[in-house]
Structures are given as structure tokens and as C-alpha cells.
Design a protein around this ligand. Structure first.
Ligand SMILES: Cc1ncc(COP(=O)(O)O)c(C=O)c1O
Length: 371
């Protein structure tokens, strides 16, 4: 049996999600914009799903806009705001996901000034520096809630406070955070939040952007009047319903915290292994370690042959030969960055599977170190 430890890349479908989706794929094929009964039924289901997702983050249903993926939600948040203002500066961090960083690089080419805030060894942002960069030209601040490689959790409440004081929209990419740590758009003063279904046992190809009531965005695409004209295109109802089901299911955070602790303890059996990121401010699903003297890629390939699936970092960057920008940002040498693996726990992982992973890891590391 496979041991899947790459849930930060994507998750399997929860059986309950699959069941909702297969019914919808067969039965709920109506277009929510059609005015006949089949269309109206589809529209009702769509709005119910919107309500479910809104409730999970304490938002109003009309503040949730479905998109085709988290990447689109992030692009829409940034470009959507920038298109409504003459302000030309953006504040983000050096550790964002490629869907923010490569967009920011493009925005720089288009004449925007982007401030990339550095992080410390734990992967936590220097908030003093962030506050110092805020000025009358700041169009928006975009900082991720949980990093997809290190698992580090940022103090987004504090960042939101800084933004609120200066009346600047604050976007957070909460794709790795959703369901795993508290997310309350009202309590945390959030303006824009990206969510994605396929990190929480929902389907791929569906995500959402929360946009606070009263905040105006311009669309990326032009077309019909779907999603209040912010995101035209016929809605992907079966996936939306799968997303809502995944969001509604409970997530075993406490159990995962215990399992992560156990995993970290067992990893100590392997000599010269170093945990990357923050011990304290870290999400329950992600462990990142550098295994000295071994290449992460080689480890991943050998473990894959044993039916154990993990990664060296972000799946989006797997084609890159550069060391991880996140690990470099937290001060790792190239050697330690290349020696890193990311273990992202699935919600059903057992103690036996953890023990088995450690056993194989130990043996492969020992063989590779001798070579
Ligand atoms: C933090 C973060 N942001 C954005 C994305 C992109 O989401 P999607 O794969 O839905 O486009 C991912 C997923 O890889 C992610 O982990």
C-alpha cells in the first residue's frame, strides 16, 4: 500500500467528496444561469455551496467568488486591486508561492515597484520592515498565511492591523492554511483571501477568492455575468459542490499535531538531520528537513520505489534546478537546500505508516551516505 506524504502538493478526494461529485456529474448538469428548472436547481446548489464555504471563514456568501484554481485567485486578488487604483507599489514577501512571486516579477516589468519582505531563520516575516515599507503609494499587501514548503505560519492578524491603520487592502494566500488553522475574515481583518479545494481533499481545478464587501476589483476575464461579473464563465458546479463538501468536513487538526510530533521524534533516529522552519509556528501537516550528505531528489526517487510519496518542495517548482527560494530565504546553504525533503502528512496517516517511512528513510539514507 502506498504511503502518501505529499498533501501540500495535492490531496486525494475524500470519499464523501467523490460521492457528492459523482451524483452532481450525473444529475446536476444544468447551467446555473439558465432560467428553466434544471438551471434553477443548479443555481440553488451553487449558492448553497457558496454559503457553506463562506461560513467556514465567517464571511458573507456574496463575498465568495469561485475561480478555476488558487493561482487564478491569487492573480485576481492582485491584478483586480491594481486595476482600480493609480498606486504603484506592492508589498509581499520573499517566500510566497510562484503564483504571487512570478506575477510580481511581471508587475515589475509593467512598472510597479514591489517590496519583497525578508524572513528570519524560522521563516517568520520581519514585520517592522513591512511596516516601514508602507507608504501613500502602497496599493496592496499580499502575504501568505502558511508557507507551502516550510509550513511556517505568519502572524496575519498583526499584518492586517498594520494595513487597516493605513487603509491598505490586505490579501492573504491561505491555501495551505484553510481548515488547518483558524481563519476568520472578520476577526482577522482580512480584505482578500485565496482558498483552494485540492489541499483539503477536494477536487483540483476549483478555488475561491474572498473579497470583503465594498472592496472593488476588476476582473481578469471578460464575458458573462457569472460570479457577479468578477469571474465570468459557466460555473464548474460538480467541483464547486465537491469543494463545499471538503470544506464542510471536519479536519483532524489535533490528531495531526500529535502525529507530526511523533514523526519529528522518530526522525531523530536518523543522524545529521535538521528540521527547517519554525518549531512553534508551523502547520500540522508540513515537516521540512535537510538530510545532510544526501540529495533530496535522490531520496524522493528511492522512497517512491518503496511506495512512499513525498517531495523536495513545491510541485510547481519541481522542474527548476535552482535551490528552493524559501529554504534559501531562511538561511540554508545551497547544499542544505538541495538536501531537503518535504513530508506533508495526510489526514489518515497511521503510526505504522510513519514507522515504515522512518525505517525506509533510515536505510536509504545510510546506503546513499556510503556511496
Ligand atoms: C501556498 C499556495 N498558493 C497557491 C497555490 C496554487 O494553487 P492551485 O494549485 O490551486 O493553483 C498553492 C498550491 O500549490 C499553494 O500551496
Amino acid at each position: 500500500m502506498a504511503i502518501y506524504l505529499d498533501t501540500a502538493a495535492t490531496t486525494s478526494l475524500d470519499p464523501k467528496v467523490l460521492s457528492v461529485m459523482s451524483i452532481a456529474l450525473k444529475k446536476d448538469y444544468g447551467n446555473p444561469s439558465s432560467i428553466h428548472k434544471k438551471g434553477k436547481e443548479a443555481k440553488e446548489l451553487l449558492e448553497k455551496a457558496r454559503k457553506t464555504i463562506a461560513k467556514c471563514i465567517n464571511a458573507f456568501p456574496e463575498e465568495i467568488y469561485f475561480t478555476s484554481c488558487g493561482t487564478e485567485a491569487n492573480n485576481l486578488a492582485l491584478r483586480g486591486i491594481l486595476a482600480t487604483t493609480k498606486k504603484k507599489e506592492i508589498i509581499t514577501s520573499v517566500i510566497e508561492h510562484a503564483s504571487i512571486l512570478s506575477l510580481c516579477q511581471q508587475l515589475e516589468k509593467e512598472g510597479y515597484k514591489v517590496h519583497y519582505i525578508p524572513v528570519n531563520k524560522e521563516g517568520l516575516l520581519n514585520l517592522k520592515e513591512l511596516e516601514g515599507k508602507v507608504n501613500f503609494q502602497t496599493a496592496l499587501v499580499s502575504i501568505m498565511y502558511v508557507n507551502n514548503e516550510s509550513g511556517t505560519i505568519q502572524d496575519i492578524g498583526r499584518i492586517a492591523e498594520i494595513c487597516k491603520k493605513k487603509n491598505i487592502p490586505f490579501h492573504t494566500d491561505a491555501i495551505q492554511a484553510f481548515k488547518k488553522i483558524p481563519l476568520d475574515v472578520k476577526k482577522q481583518n482580512l480584505t482578500l483571501v485565496s482558498l483552494s479545494a485540492h489541499k483539503i481533499y477536494g477536487p483540483k481545478g476549483i478555488a475561491a477568492l474572498y473579497v470583503k464587501k465594498g472592496v472593488l476589483l476588476k476582473p481578469l476575464l471578460y464575458g458573462g455575468k457569472q460570479e457577479n461579473t468578477l469571474r465570468p464563465g459557466t460555473e464548474n458546479l460538480p467541483s464547486v459542490l465537491g469543494f463545499a463538501k471538503a470544506a464542510e468536513l471536519s479536519f483532524p487538526v489535533k490528531e495531526l499535531e500529535r502525529k507530526k510530533k511523533y514523526f519529528l521524534q522518530q526522525l531523530k533516529q536518523i543522524p545529521r538531520i535538521k528540521v527547517n522552519g519554525s518549531g512553534k509556528n508551523s502547520v500540522c501537516t508540513i515537516i521540512n528537513v535537510s538530510v545532510h550528505g544526501v540529495e533530496g531528489d535522490t531520496l524522493v526517487k528511492h522512497l517512491s520505489e518503496e511506495g512512499i510519496y513525498l517531495s523536495t518542495g513545491s510541485a510547481c517548482q519541481s522542474q527548476s534546478i535552482e535551490p528552493s527560494h524559501v529554504l534559501k530565504a531562511i538561511g540554508l546553504s545551497n547544499q542544505d537546500a538541495y538536501a531537503s525533503i518535504r513530508i506533508s502528512l495526510n489526514k489518515n496517516i497511521t503510526k505504522r505508516e510513519i514507522d515504515q517511512t522512518i525505517k525506509h528513510l533510515k536505510s536509504i539514507v545510510s546506503i546513499l551516505r556510503k556511496l
